[in-house]
Design a binder for this molecule. Sequence first.
Ligand SMILES: [Zn+2]
Length: 455
Amino acid sequence: MGERAEHPHNVLIVSLDTVRADRLGVYGGRAETPTLSALAARGGRFSQAISNFPETCLSHQAMLTGVLPEVHGNVPAVGGSRYRGPNLAEIAAAEGYATAAFIGGVTLTDRACGFGRGFGHFDDRFPVDPADMRRPAADVTAAAARWLADRQGPWLAFVHYFDAHFPYTPQPPWDTRYDPDYDGDIDGTDAALRPYRDGGRVPSPRDLAHVLALYDGELSQLDGMLAPLLAAVDDDTIVVVTSDHGESFEHGYYFNHRAGLWDPVLRVPLIVAGPGVAPGVVVDSPVQLIDVAPTVLELAGLPRDARMQGRSQAPALRGDGAENGESPPAFSITDPWMPDPQWAARTSTHKVIVRTDGVLGYDLRRDPGEEHPLSEPPASLLRLRADYDAQVASLAAWQAPAPGPRPLGIEEQERLEALGYLAPAGTAPRPGAASGEGGADGNGQRRGPPTPPKR
Ligand SMILES: [Zn+2]
Protein backbone atom coordinates (compact mmCIF):
# COMPACT_ATOMS: atom_id res chain seq x y z
CA MET A 1 0.00 0.00 0.00
CA GLY A 2 1.24 3.49 -0.73
CA GLU A 3 1.65 6.34 1.67
CA ARG A 4 -1.79 7.65 0.86
CA ALA A 5 -3.53 4.54 2.10
CA GLU A 6 -1.53 4.52 5.33
CA HIS A 7 -1.66 8.25 5.99
CA PRO A 8 -4.58 9.84 4.21
CA HIS A 9 -4.65 13.55 4.93
CA ASN A 10 -7.88 15.04 6.08
CA VAL A 11 -9.05 18.21 4.33
CA LEU A 12 -10.75 21.30 5.75
CA ILE A 13 -11.78 23.99 3.27
CA VAL A 14 -13.08 27.19 4.80
CA SER A 15 -14.75 29.79 2.59
CA LEU A 16 -15.25 33.26 4.02
CA ASP A 17 -17.87 34.72 1.72
CA THR A 18 -17.25 38.26 0.45
CA VAL A 19 -13.82 38.76 2.01
CA ARG A 20 -11.32 40.83 0.06
CA ALA A 21 -7.70 40.11 0.82
CA ASP A 22 -6.32 43.60 1.21
CA ARG A 23 -8.42 44.52 4.26
CA LEU A 24 -7.16 41.56 6.31
CA GLY A 25 -4.33 42.00 8.78
CA VAL A 26 -2.66 38.87 7.46
CA TYR A 27 -2.47 40.65 4.09
CA GLY A 28 -1.29 43.95 5.55
CA GLY A 29 -4.76 45.42 5.97
CA ARG A 30 -6.33 47.18 8.93
CA ALA A 31 -8.68 44.45 10.14
CA GLU A 32 -7.01 42.49 12.90
CA THR A 33 -6.90 38.79 12.00
CA PRO A 34 -4.79 36.93 14.56
CA THR A 35 -6.36 33.57 13.67
CA LEU A 36 -5.57 33.87 9.98
CA SER A 37 -2.12 35.27 10.72
CA ALA A 38 -1.31 32.24 12.86
CA LEU A 39 -2.55 29.90 10.14
CA ALA A 40 -0.44 31.68 7.52
CA ALA A 41 2.60 31.46 9.80
CA ARG A 42 2.37 27.70 10.07
CA GLY A 43 1.34 27.39 6.41
CA GLY A 44 1.55 29.55 3.34
CA ARG A 45 -0.41 32.28 1.66
CA PHE A 46 -0.91 33.48 -1.88
CA SER A 47 -0.58 37.23 -2.29
CA GLN A 48 -2.44 37.33 -5.63
CA ALA A 49 -5.28 34.83 -5.48
CA ILE A 50 -7.94 35.78 -8.01
CA SER A 51 -11.62 34.85 -8.00
CA ASN A 52 -12.97 33.64 -11.32
CA PHE A 53 -16.49 34.91 -10.62
CA PRO A 54 -17.85 37.64 -8.31
CA GLU A 55 -20.93 35.77 -7.07
CA THR A 56 -21.31 33.07 -4.47
CA CYS A 57 -22.75 30.05 -6.26
CA LEU A 58 -20.70 29.90 -9.43
CA SER A 59 -17.50 30.94 -7.70
CA HIS A 60 -17.80 28.03 -5.29
CA GLN A 61 -18.71 25.63 -8.09
CA ALA A 62 -15.49 26.66 -9.84
CA MET A 63 -13.50 26.41 -6.61
CA LEU A 64 -14.52 22.82 -5.90
CA THR A 65 -14.38 21.50 -9.47
CA GLY A 66 -11.31 23.30 -10.80
CA VAL A 67 -13.13 24.32 -13.99
CA LEU A 68 -14.11 27.79 -15.17
CA PRO A 69 -17.46 29.18 -14.00
CA GLU A 70 -18.95 29.43 -17.48
CA VAL A 71 -18.60 25.66 -17.93
CA HIS A 72 -21.18 25.18 -15.19
CA GLY A 73 -23.86 27.08 -17.07
CA ASN A 74 -26.46 29.40 -15.64
CA VAL A 75 -26.58 27.68 -12.27
CA PRO A 76 -28.41 30.41 -10.33
CA ALA A 77 -31.29 30.29 -12.83
CA VAL A 78 -31.62 26.52 -13.01
CA GLY A 79 -30.39 25.43 -9.60
CA GLY A 80 -27.59 23.10 -10.64
CA SER A 81 -24.42 22.78 -12.68
CA ARG A 82 -24.31 21.40 -16.21
CA TYR A 83 -20.76 20.18 -15.62
CA ARG A 84 -20.57 16.41 -15.27
CA GLY A 85 -16.96 16.16 -14.14
CA PRO A 86 -16.32 15.54 -10.46
CA ASN A 87 -15.87 18.03 -7.68
CA LEU A 88 -13.47 17.65 -4.76
CA ALA A 89 -16.09 16.03 -2.54
CA GLU A 90 -16.98 13.39 -5.14
CA ILE A 91 -13.32 12.51 -5.68
CA ALA A 92 -12.68 12.26 -1.95
CA ALA A 93 -15.83 10.22 -1.35
CA ALA A 94 -14.80 7.76 -4.06
CA GLU A 95 -11.52 7.30 -2.16
CA GLY A 96 -13.31 6.44 1.05
CA TYR A 97 -13.44 9.86 2.68
CA ALA A 98 -16.38 10.98 4.74
CA THR A 99 -17.52 14.28 3.26
CA ALA A 100 -19.56 17.11 4.74
CA ALA A 101 -20.44 20.72 4.01
CA PHE A 102 -21.75 23.35 6.39
CA ILE A 103 -23.42 26.23 4.58
CA GLY A 104 -23.77 29.70 6.05
CA GLY A 105 -25.64 31.65 3.34
CA VAL A 106 -28.81 31.18 1.33
CA THR A 107 -27.19 31.43 -2.10
CA LEU A 108 -25.08 28.31 -1.55
CA THR A 109 -27.78 25.89 -0.43
CA ASP A 110 -28.40 22.80 -2.50
CA ARG A 111 -31.73 24.19 -3.60
CA ALA A 112 -30.28 27.50 -4.77
CA CYS A 113 -27.01 26.24 -6.20
CA GLY A 114 -26.99 22.47 -6.48
CA PHE A 115 -23.99 22.52 -4.20
CA GLY A 116 -24.69 19.28 -2.36
CA ARG A 117 -23.02 17.01 -4.92
CA GLY A 118 -20.55 14.61 -3.34
CA PHE A 119 -21.26 15.55 0.25
CA GLY A 120 -22.45 12.69 2.41
CA HIS A 121 -23.60 15.22 4.98
CA PHE A 122 -24.85 18.51 3.54
CA ASP A 123 -25.94 20.89 6.27
CA ASP A 124 -27.77 23.72 4.56
CA ARG A 125 -30.96 23.99 6.58
CA PHE A 126 -31.05 26.90 8.97
CA PRO A 127 -33.44 29.63 9.98
CA VAL A 128 -32.76 32.81 8.07
CA ASP A 129 -33.21 36.29 9.38
CA PRO A 130 -34.33 38.27 6.32
CA ALA A 131 -32.23 41.17 7.57
CA ASP A 132 -28.94 39.43 6.91
CA MET A 133 -29.63 36.13 5.08
CA ARG A 134 -27.03 34.27 7.02
CA ARG A 135 -26.53 31.62 9.60
CA PRO A 136 -24.39 33.08 12.37
CA ALA A 137 -20.74 32.05 12.28
CA ALA A 138 -20.90 30.56 15.76
CA ASP A 139 -23.67 28.20 14.59
CA VAL A 140 -21.69 27.17 11.51
CA THR A 141 -18.61 26.47 13.59
CA ALA A 142 -20.59 24.49 16.17
CA ALA A 143 -22.23 22.29 13.53
CA ALA A 144 -18.90 21.58 11.84
CA ALA A 145 -17.16 20.89 15.14
CA ARG A 146 -19.87 18.38 16.14
CA TRP A 147 -19.36 16.48 12.90
CA LEU A 148 -15.58 16.56 13.20
CA ALA A 149 -15.70 15.19 16.73
CA ASP A 150 -17.29 11.98 15.45
CA ARG A 151 -14.81 11.28 12.68
CA GLN A 152 -12.99 7.99 12.34
CA GLY A 153 -11.01 7.64 9.15
CA PRO A 154 -10.31 10.22 6.46
CA TRP A 155 -12.64 13.16 5.95
CA LEU A 156 -13.14 16.26 3.84
CA ALA A 157 -15.18 19.15 5.19
CA PHE A 158 -16.25 22.38 3.50
CA VAL A 159 -17.30 25.17 5.86
CA HIS A 160 -18.93 28.37 4.58
CA TYR A 161 -19.30 31.61 6.52
CA PHE A 162 -21.58 34.33 5.19
CA ASP A 163 -20.98 36.90 7.92
CA ALA A 164 -18.83 39.32 5.94
CA HIS A 165 -21.46 39.50 3.21
CA PHE A 166 -23.69 42.57 3.19
CA PRO A 167 -25.12 43.93 5.52
CA TYR A 168 -22.15 45.06 7.59
CA THR A 169 -23.40 44.84 11.15
CA PRO A 170 -20.61 43.68 13.48
CA GLN A 171 -21.26 43.23 17.17
CA PRO A 172 -19.41 45.14 19.91
CA PRO A 173 -16.53 45.81 20.17
CA TRP A 174 -16.11 45.49 16.42
CA ASP A 175 -18.92 47.90 15.52
CA THR A 176 -16.85 50.88 16.70
CA ARG A 177 -13.34 49.46 16.67
CA TYR A 178 -12.11 51.04 13.45
CA ASP A 179 -14.10 54.30 13.48
CA PRO A 180 -14.92 55.19 17.08
CA ASP A 181 -15.49 58.89 16.44
CA TYR A 182 -18.11 58.70 13.70
CA ASP A 183 -21.22 60.74 14.47
CA GLY A 184 -22.95 60.69 11.08
CA ASP A 185 -26.14 58.96 10.01
CA ILE A 186 -25.06 56.04 7.85
CA ASP A 187 -24.81 52.49 9.12
CA GLY A 188 -24.26 49.07 7.58
CA THR A 189 -27.87 47.94 7.31
CA ASP A 190 -29.67 47.13 4.11
CA ALA A 191 -32.00 50.09 4.53
CA ALA A 192 -29.12 52.54 4.84
CA LEU A 193 -26.96 51.19 2.04
CA ARG A 194 -29.38 49.97 -0.59
CA PRO A 195 -29.63 53.36 -2.32
CA TYR A 196 -25.86 53.33 -2.80
CA ARG A 197 -25.68 49.70 -3.83
CA ASP A 198 -28.24 50.31 -6.51
CA GLY A 199 -26.10 53.06 -7.96
CA GLY A 200 -28.45 55.95 -7.28
CA ARG A 201 -26.38 57.71 -4.63
CA VAL A 202 -22.69 58.33 -3.97
CA PRO A 203 -21.56 58.23 -0.34
CA SER A 204 -19.58 61.13 1.11
CA PRO A 205 -15.92 60.28 1.79
CA ARG A 206 -16.62 60.35 5.53
CA ASP A 207 -19.62 58.03 5.28
CA LEU A 208 -17.70 55.71 2.96
CA ALA A 209 -14.87 55.53 5.48
CA HIS A 210 -17.36 54.60 8.17
CA VAL A 211 -18.96 51.81 6.16
CA LEU A 212 -15.52 50.42 5.38
CA ALA A 213 -14.76 50.47 9.11
CA LEU A 214 -17.90 48.40 9.71
CA TYR A 215 -16.82 45.93 7.02
CA ASP A 216 -13.38 45.68 8.60
CA GLY A 217 -15.06 45.10 11.95
CA GLU A 218 -16.97 42.18 10.47
CA LEU A 219 -13.73 40.70 9.17
CA SER A 220 -12.10 40.85 12.60
CA GLN A 221 -15.18 39.41 14.26
CA LEU A 222 -15.24 36.57 11.75
CA ASP A 223 -11.55 35.86 12.32
CA GLY A 224 -12.33 35.30 15.98
CA MET A 225 -15.18 32.93 15.10
CA LEU A 226 -12.81 30.78 13.06
CA ALA A 227 -10.48 30.07 15.94
CA PRO A 228 -12.48 27.19 17.50
CA LEU A 229 -12.88 25.48 14.13
CA LEU A 230 -9.18 25.63 13.29
CA ALA A 231 -8.35 24.47 16.82
CA ALA A 232 -10.50 21.38 16.25
CA VAL A 233 -8.21 19.94 13.56
CA ASP A 234 -4.70 18.59 13.92
CA ASP A 235 -1.54 19.67 12.11
CA ASP A 236 -1.81 16.66 9.80
CA THR A 237 -4.94 18.16 8.20
CA ILE A 238 -4.79 20.12 4.96
CA VAL A 239 -6.43 23.44 5.85
CA VAL A 240 -7.48 25.94 3.17
CA VAL A 241 -9.01 29.34 3.96
CA THR A 242 -10.20 31.44 1.07
CA SER A 243 -13.15 33.50 -0.19
CA ASP A 244 -15.41 33.34 -3.21
CA HIS A 245 -15.01 37.06 -4.08
CA GLY A 246 -14.29 40.39 -2.45
CA GLU A 247 -16.35 43.57 -2.10
CA SER A 248 -16.17 46.99 -3.74
CA PHE A 249 -15.84 50.26 -1.88
CA GLU A 250 -14.37 52.22 -4.80
CA HIS A 251 -14.52 52.82 -8.56
CA GLY A 252 -17.95 54.39 -8.12
CA TYR A 253 -19.27 50.92 -7.25
CA TYR A 254 -20.23 50.65 -3.61
CA PHE A 255 -20.99 47.87 -1.14
CA ASN A 256 -21.43 45.24 -3.84
CA HIS A 257 -19.49 42.74 -5.91
CA ARG A 258 -21.47 41.10 -8.69
CA ALA A 259 -20.95 43.77 -11.36
CA GLY A 260 -17.28 44.60 -10.92
CA LEU A 261 -13.99 42.94 -11.86
CA TRP A 262 -11.54 45.32 -10.21
CA ASP A 263 -9.12 43.84 -7.71
CA PRO A 264 -11.16 44.73 -4.59
CA VAL A 265 -13.78 42.31 -5.94
CA LEU A 266 -11.42 39.70 -7.36
CA ARG A 267 -8.44 39.53 -5.02
CA VAL A 268 -9.24 37.10 -2.23
CA PRO A 269 -7.31 35.48 0.62
CA LEU A 270 -5.88 32.04 0.00
CA ILE A 271 -4.06 30.49 2.93
CA VAL A 272 -3.04 26.83 3.01
CA ALA A 273 -1.51 24.91 5.90
CA GLY A 274 -0.69 21.30 6.59
CA PRO A 275 1.64 18.54 5.41
CA GLY A 276 3.68 19.54 2.39
CA VAL A 277 3.41 23.28 3.02
CA ALA A 278 6.53 25.18 4.05
CA PRO A 279 5.81 27.32 7.11
CA GLY A 280 5.57 31.00 6.29
CA VAL A 281 5.87 30.64 2.53
CA VAL A 282 4.39 33.51 0.51
CA VAL A 283 3.60 32.84 -3.14
CA ASP A 284 3.47 36.05 -5.18
CA SER A 285 2.64 34.67 -8.61
CA PRO A 286 -1.05 34.97 -9.52
CA VAL A 287 -3.28 31.99 -8.89
CA GLN A 288 -7.02 31.45 -9.41
CA LEU A 289 -9.74 29.83 -7.38
CA ILE A 290 -9.90 27.03 -9.97
CA ASP A 291 -6.42 26.12 -8.67
CA VAL A 292 -7.82 25.20 -5.26
CA ALA A 293 -9.19 21.79 -6.19
CA PRO A 294 -6.09 20.43 -7.95
CA THR A 295 -3.88 21.85 -5.19
CA VAL A 296 -5.90 20.13 -2.47
CA LEU A 297 -5.90 16.84 -4.37
CA GLU A 298 -2.13 16.84 -4.65
CA LEU A 299 -1.52 17.85 -1.03
CA ALA A 300 -3.95 15.27 0.29
CA GLY A 301 -2.63 12.52 -1.96
CA LEU A 302 -5.92 12.14 -3.81
CA PRO A 303 -6.10 11.37 -7.54
CA ARG A 304 -6.15 14.33 -9.86
CA ASP A 305 -8.88 14.71 -12.48
CA ALA A 306 -7.53 15.56 -15.92
CA ARG A 307 -10.49 17.76 -16.77
CA MET A 308 -9.58 20.33 -14.14
CA GLN A 309 -8.48 23.60 -15.73
CA GLY A 310 -6.75 24.97 -12.65
CA ARG A 311 -3.18 24.05 -11.75
CA SER A 312 -1.91 22.46 -8.59
CA GLN A 313 0.01 25.04 -6.58
CA ALA A 314 1.47 22.37 -4.30
CA PRO A 315 4.99 22.89 -5.75
CA ALA A 316 4.87 26.58 -4.83
CA LEU A 317 3.61 25.74 -1.34
CA ARG A 318 6.54 23.42 -0.77
CA GLY A 319 8.57 26.61 -0.86
CA ASP A 320 11.36 25.18 -2.97
CA GLY A 321 11.57 28.41 -4.94
CA ALA A 322 9.99 26.91 -8.04
CA GLU A 323 6.81 28.92 -8.25
CA ASN A 324 5.35 26.46 -10.71
CA GLY A 325 6.92 28.11 -13.76
CA GLU A 326 5.27 30.91 -15.70
CA SER A 327 1.85 31.64 -14.25
CA PRO A 328 -1.03 31.47 -16.69
CA PRO A 329 -3.32 34.51 -16.64
CA ALA A 330 -6.27 34.53 -14.30
CA PHE A 331 -9.64 34.78 -16.05
CA SER A 332 -12.71 36.29 -14.46
CA ILE A 333 -16.20 37.05 -15.73
CA THR A 334 -19.35 38.60 -14.40
CA ASP A 335 -22.57 36.68 -14.97
CA PRO A 336 -22.64 36.19 -18.76
CA TRP A 337 -26.39 35.64 -18.66
CA MET A 338 -27.08 39.10 -17.27
CA PRO A 339 -26.94 42.39 -19.20
CA ASP A 340 -23.56 44.09 -19.49
CA PRO A 341 -21.31 41.07 -19.06
CA GLN A 342 -17.67 41.77 -18.27
CA TRP A 343 -14.54 39.72 -18.86
CA ALA A 344 -11.09 40.19 -17.33
CA ALA A 345 -7.63 38.74 -17.74
CA ARG A 346 -4.96 39.43 -15.15
CA THR A 347 -1.26 38.69 -14.89
CA SER A 348 1.07 39.67 -12.07
CA THR A 349 1.71 43.01 -13.77
CA HIS A 350 -1.23 43.88 -16.04
CA LYS A 351 -4.96 43.54 -16.33
CA VAL A 352 -7.70 44.19 -18.84
CA ILE A 353 -11.40 44.44 -18.14
CA VAL A 354 -13.60 44.21 -21.23
CA ARG A 355 -16.96 45.86 -20.67
CA THR A 356 -19.82 46.72 -22.95
CA ASP A 357 -18.97 50.40 -22.50
CA GLY A 358 -15.30 50.03 -23.29
CA VAL A 359 -12.05 48.30 -22.42
CA LEU A 360 -10.03 49.16 -19.32
CA GLY A 361 -6.34 48.30 -19.16
CA TYR A 362 -4.10 48.71 -16.12
CA ASP A 363 -0.42 48.48 -15.26
CA LEU A 364 -0.73 47.03 -11.78
CA ARG A 365 2.90 47.77 -10.91
CA ARG A 366 2.41 51.54 -11.20
CA ASP A 367 -1.31 51.61 -10.54
CA PRO A 368 -2.32 48.87 -8.11
CA GLY A 369 -5.52 50.74 -7.28
CA GLU A 370 -6.66 50.55 -10.93
CA GLU A 371 -7.35 54.27 -10.98
CA HIS A 372 -5.59 55.26 -14.19
CA PRO A 373 -6.60 53.20 -17.22
CA LEU A 374 -3.92 52.88 -19.85
CA SER A 375 -4.53 54.74 -23.09
CA GLU A 376 -3.85 51.47 -24.93
CA PRO A 377 -5.03 48.30 -23.17
CA PRO A 378 -2.38 45.56 -23.45
CA ALA A 379 -3.10 43.75 -26.71
CA SER A 380 -1.45 40.59 -25.46
CA LEU A 381 -4.07 40.30 -22.72
CA LEU A 382 -6.95 41.06 -25.07
CA ARG A 383 -5.82 38.23 -27.33
CA LEU A 384 -6.25 35.85 -24.39
CA ARG A 385 -9.99 36.00 -24.95
CA ALA A 386 -9.60 33.34 -27.63
CA ASP A 387 -7.76 31.12 -25.14
CA TYR A 388 -10.49 31.63 -22.59
CA ASP A 389 -13.26 30.79 -25.07
CA ALA A 390 -11.34 27.69 -26.17
CA GLN A 391 -10.99 26.55 -22.55
CA VAL A 392 -14.72 26.89 -21.97
CA ALA A 393 -15.54 25.10 -25.22
CA SER A 394 -13.06 22.29 -24.51
CA LEU A 395 -15.32 20.84 -21.83
CA ALA A 396 -18.52 20.90 -23.91
CA ALA A 397 -18.56 17.11 -23.98
CA TRP A 398 -18.84 17.15 -20.20
CA GLN A 399 -21.77 19.50 -20.11
CA ALA A 400 -25.25 18.09 -19.73
CA PRO A 401 -27.93 19.76 -21.85
CA ALA A 402 -29.06 23.03 -20.35
CA PRO A 403 -32.11 22.43 -18.19
CA GLY A 404 -35.03 24.81 -18.23
CA PRO A 405 -35.54 27.29 -15.44
CA ARG A 406 -37.02 25.89 -12.27
CA PRO A 407 -39.82 27.70 -10.53
CA LEU A 408 -38.59 29.42 -7.42
CA GLY A 409 -40.53 29.15 -4.24
CA ILE A 410 -41.83 32.45 -2.96
CA GLU A 411 -39.55 32.34 0.04
CA GLU A 412 -36.45 31.61 -1.99
CA GLN A 413 -37.40 34.28 -4.54
CA GLU A 414 -37.65 36.84 -1.76
CA ARG A 415 -34.32 35.87 -0.28
CA LEU A 416 -32.49 36.09 -3.56
CA GLU A 417 -34.15 39.40 -4.39
CA ALA A 418 -33.14 40.81 -1.05
CA LEU A 419 -29.55 39.89 -1.81
CA GLY A 420 -29.79 41.51 -5.22
CA TYR A 421 -29.36 38.23 -7.08
CA LEU A 422 -32.73 38.38 -8.78
CA ALA A 423 -34.80 41.21 -10.13
CA PRO A 424 -37.92 41.74 -8.03
CA ALA A 425 -40.99 39.97 -9.35
CA GLY A 426 -42.79 42.05 -11.92
CA THR A 427 -39.65 43.68 -13.34
CA ALA A 428 -37.60 42.52 -16.29
CA PRO A 429 -36.73 38.83 -15.99
CA ARG A 430 -33.19 37.53 -15.87
CA PRO A 431 -32.07 37.20 -19.48
CA GLY A 432 -31.02 33.61 -18.96
CA ALA A 433 -34.13 32.61 -17.11
CA ALA A 434 -36.52 32.37 -20.03
CA SER A 435 -34.46 29.98 -22.14
CA GLY A 436 -32.44 28.38 -19.43
CA GLU A 437 -29.11 29.36 -20.84
CA GLY A 438 -29.65 32.79 -22.31
CA GLY A 439 -26.92 34.65 -24.05
CA ALA A 440 -23.76 32.59 -23.81
CA ASP A 441 -23.91 29.07 -25.08
CA GLY A 442 -20.67 27.55 -23.91
CA ASN A 443 -18.91 28.38 -27.15
CA GLY A 444 -18.21 31.90 -26.04
CA GLN A 445 -20.92 33.47 -28.20
CA ARG A 446 -22.29 36.60 -26.63
CA ARG A 447 -25.32 38.74 -27.19
CA GLY A 448 -24.90 42.15 -28.73
CA PRO A 449 -23.70 44.97 -26.54
CA PRO A 450 -26.23 45.95 -23.88
CA THR A 451 -26.20 49.25 -22.10
CA PRO A 452 -23.37 50.15 -19.71
CA PRO A 453 -23.68 49.07 -16.11
CA LYS A 454 -25.04 51.47 -13.58
CA ARG A 455 -22.23 53.29 -11.85
ZN1 LIG B 1 -20.32 35.26 -2.17
